[in-house]
Design a protein around this ligand. Structure first.
Ligand SMILES: Nc1nc2c(c(=O)[nH]1)N[C@H]1C(S)=C(S)[C@@H](COP(=O)(O)OP(=O)(O)OC[C@H]3O[C@@H](n4cnc5c(=O)[nH]c(N)nc54)[C@H](O)[C@@H]3O)O[C@H]1N2
Ligand SMILES: Nc1nc2c(c(=O)[nH]1)N[C@H]1C(S)=C(S)[C@@H](COP(=O)(O)OP(=O)(O)OC[C@H]3O[C@@H](n4cnc5c(=O)[nH]c(N)nc54)[C@H](O)[C@@H]3O)O[C@H]1N2
Ligand code: SF4
Ligand SMILES: [Mo]
Length: 700
């Protein structure tokens, strides 16, 4: 008998709604949930490879405790009771000796985050951190500085725009299924696409206008666009007058940043910059400036602010085809699901965080997420206090943070590293205890409260029983909590009971998700009134180009532009990004995806390669100040001469993952750990590398 289970994909964190066909306890087919508007049955390659993950014999199958040295790969198989007793005892000991703040928990924010956050609140540690800063922390700060909301509290509507300008948002390879489809159908229906990237990506090939920008100079381009838009009064004067604070300051600030100046900095002809700015006169408000990942340079916050300022000048806020404020259930007359984090916890005042986010030392990064790349320094310097334990939940901090050697050196100082994972990732491989989670097809997760133009609730529902001796993270944390005397904060015996607890008071039950996998709170999209009804939560109630958040912390809203240095002769700026076939560091060992894309290559410009005597397909040695390694060269005209590019996530270190072990090169090993100290993101594209043809005996 075949049954359909509506659930949520988790081959990446986008959580696309899916329909899973199950026959005799086996998943036989996965496709997009066509009940979901804008989805139909589409999936990306990774979503379609979920079955290979389910049946993978190389994923984590049972709890294990380390036997050999860290990273040596010698493990002892143990029962869940032994693994949880051992971990809970070690944690209790560490807390007794060093205080609860010596325990840190890092995770990729996920549906179960309210369980892990509750766990940290219950033990009394402030040191919960998520991946957020590594991905888009400076965008988070930029949104808060301008709108008073985080980036996650605002959304991007691509469909209604007449012209979209994407800054390295490589949507046709760095995929989210619904936005990618929305962009595709918008283009089909006449939307124009301008794509800006130092590299000719798939998205570039679908654009009407492509600019191969000099790496790291988008901010100069935007200041010149703003210069023309303000000088020629091309902006939406009515919207700006009502909602924008700081126009006179902005006008004075951009005065020197002419298109001719920007041409020298960016390599984009002044006439083209002027041309794009002038299009806004006829197209506003539906000229949509958009970017996403925002961990590139130390000035990232200002680049992200400049994108948002351009939209504010167009009046492209809270309308179709622009950025909008996400609405919660309350706005649709409904009630949100309960969160464990709302319970009363005994510890009321916590010590400062390890990363000092939210203190005068590091005022702007979001303390709800923290700043992961600060962890190595905090550990190595015992600053602000000794840190002794790390729980890495669904988070590969060795592979996902710049400078893996520094990260490993810091982890070496810890008494305990626990990995809750599904694979032998780089961090799991370095851990002391492996607590294997059941994969998304094998588990029910916490309810997803999805705010948006139409608030909804989604459910990840178990499709098949676990193949191996694995558990849900929600049950793993509960198992630890019970053993540590804080079980009362986890009032459930299984995930279905946790979901029921969450739904109590909402008027919905788990059965309501059966038919379609999600529940909308209302029928219609909710837009606030743009004349008088925007609930902007900055101190002024306006979009703050002159930002109180920043200036009260002694940080300028509009500092002078600093030219992006070109790499010294013989060096290149190392760029990184995604490919359509892989998720970050986690799918390289997937049977299907590994076959589609087994290893990364180094993109480099033909002329530069020629002077170095490198031909397409040659093996080259790439070296930075932090590390070096070999990779195959991909030589073409498709990348800016100042840059080289490699796909993120390769060069895996876990020996038990034999398909991906040692294939390609890891960008994280080469990158320096440098941060945008205003916005909070690491500057992943800060690092320069040298490249030369690999000689015999030079294997590293
Ligand atoms: N050098 C460099 N660093 C980067 C980036 C880059 O391009 N270059 N990109 C940044 C970005 S944008 C992001 S979002 C982050 C992502 O950083 P991460 O979240 O660390 O990366 P992922 O590959 O998504 O997943 C990490 C781990 O989650 C595990 N996992 C997958 N599914 C499950 C599950 O169901 N349960 C559990 N418990 N574990 C699971 C995987 O096996 C893997 O070990 O990395 C950032 N860091
Ligand atoms: N297949 C796949 N899709 C994914 C993910 C995944 O792991 N795999 N992860 C998801 C996540 S967490 C995220 S954050 C998004 C990220 O999605 P994107 O924001 O699209 O991020 P990237 O793929 O990291 O980088 C996109 C492009 O930025 C370009 N770039 C580099 N330097 C510059 C520059 O100075 N200026 C400009 N304009 N461009 C530059 C790179 O060449 C690259 O092509 O993708 C999501 N979708
Ligand atoms: S984008 Fe792909 S991998 Fe990510 S959730 Fe959607 S279908 Fe799954
Ligand atoms: Mo990300």
């Amino acid at each position: 008998m075949t049954k359909d289970v509506y659930s949520l994909c988790f081959m990446c964190s986008v959580r696309c709604p899916i329909r899973v066909s199950v026959k005799d306890g086996q998943v036989v087919w996965i496709e997009g949930n066509s009940h979901m508007a804008g989805m139909d049955t589409s999936l990306c390659p990774r979503g379609a490879a979920g079955i290979a993950l389910l049946n993978d014999t190389q994923r984590l199958q049972y709890p294990q405790i380390r036997e050999g040295r860290r990273g040596e790969g010698k493990w002892r198989k143990v029962t869940w009771d032994e693994a949880l007793d051992y971990t809970a005892d070690r944690l209790k000991n560490i807390i007794e000796k060093n205080g609860p703040e010596s325990v840190t928990l890092g995770e990729r924010a996920n549906l179960g985050s309210l369980v892990s956050k509750a766990f940290m609140k219950a033990i009394g540690s402030p040191n919960y951190f998520s991946h957020d800063a590594l991905c888009k922390g400076s965008a988070n700060t930029a949104f808060r500085s301008l709108f008073g909301y985080t980036d996650a509290q605002m959304g991007a509507d691509l469909k209604g725009a007449k012209h979209i300008i994407l800054y390295g948002r490589n949507l046709f390879e760095s995929i989210e299924v619904r936005p990618a489809k929305a962009l595709m159908s918008a283009i089909t229906n006449g939307t124009k696409l301008t794509y800006i990237d130092p590299r000719v990506t798939v998205t570039a090939t679908k654009s009407h206008r492509y600019w191969m920008i000099r790496p790291g100079t988008d901010l100069a381009l935007n200041y010149a666009l703003i210069h023309v838009i303000l000088k020629e009064k091309l902006y939406d004067a009515e919207f700006v007058k009502r909602w924008v604070l700081g126009l006179p300051e902005l006008k004075a600030f951009v005065e020197p940043y002419t298109p001719e100046w920007a041409q020298t900095e960016t390599g984009i002809p002044a006439s083209e910059i002027i041309g794009l700015a002038r299009e806004s006169a006829s197209l506003k408000p539906t000229l949509f400036f958009h970017g996403y990942r925002s961990a590139h340079h130390t000035s990232e916050i200002y680049m992200r602010r400049s994108i948002l300022i351009l939209n504010a000048l167009m009046g492209n806020i809270e309308r179709p085809g622009g950025y909008f404020f996400k609405k919660g259930p309350g706005e649709a007359g409904g009630k949100a699901a309960r969160k464990l984090t709302d319970l009363e916890f005994p510890v009321k005042s916590m010590p400062v965080r390890f990363d000092k986010a939210g203190t005068p030392d590091f005022p702007l990064p979001d303390p709800n997420h923290g700043v992961p790349q600060m962890l190595p320094r905090a550990i190595l310097n015992n600053d602000p206090y000794p840190i002794k334990a790390l729980i890495a939940n669904r988070f590969d901090i060795i592979g996902s943070m710049p400078d893996s050697n520094l990260t490993r050196k810091a982890l070496d100082m810890l008494d305990l590293i626990v990995a809750i994972d599904i694979n032998y990732g780089n961090t799991a491989w370095y851990a002391d205890v492996l607590l294997p989670e059941s994969i998304y097809l094998e588990r029910t997760d916490c309810v997803q409260q999805a705010n948006g133009l139409k608030p909804q609730m989604f459910m990840r529902k178990q499709a098949v029983s676990p193949r191996y001796d694995t558990r849900e993270a929600g049950m793993i944390f509960k198992g630890l909590a019970d053993r540590m005397g804080i079980g009362q904060f986890f009032p459930y015996q299984n995930m279905e009971e946790l979901v029921a607890w969450q739904l109590a008071g909402t008027g919905f039950s788990m059965a309501d998700f059966e038919a379609k996998g999600f529940i909308p709170y209302g029928k219609d999209q909710i837009f606030w009134d743009r004349k008088d009804g925007l609930k902007i939560t900055t101190p002024s109630g306006k979009i703050e180009i002159k930002s109180a958040l920043m200036e009260n912390a002694g940080i300028p809203s509009l500092p002078a532009y600093e030219s992006m240095p070109s790499p010294p002769e013989g060096q290149f700026r190392l760029l990184t990004g995604r490919v359509a076939q892989h998720t970050h560091v986690s799918t390289q060992n997937n049977l299907y995806l590994n076959e589609l894309f087994p290893e990364n290559v180094l993109w480099m410009h033909r002329e530069k390669a020629k002077t170095l005597g490198i031909a397409d397909g040659d093996r080259v040695l790439v070296s930075s100040a932090r590390s070096s390694g070999e990779i195959k060269a991909f030589v073409s005209d498709l990348i800016h001469p100042e840059a080289v590019f490699m796909a993120h996530g390769f060069g895996q270190k876990a020996g038990n993952a034999t398909r991906s072990f040692g294939k390609g090169l890891s960008d994280a090993e080469l990158q320096e750990n440098v941060t945008d100290m205003v916005g909070g993101s690491p500057a992943l594209h800060h690092t320069f590398v040298t490249v030369r043809k690999a000689g015999k005996g030079e294997l590293s």
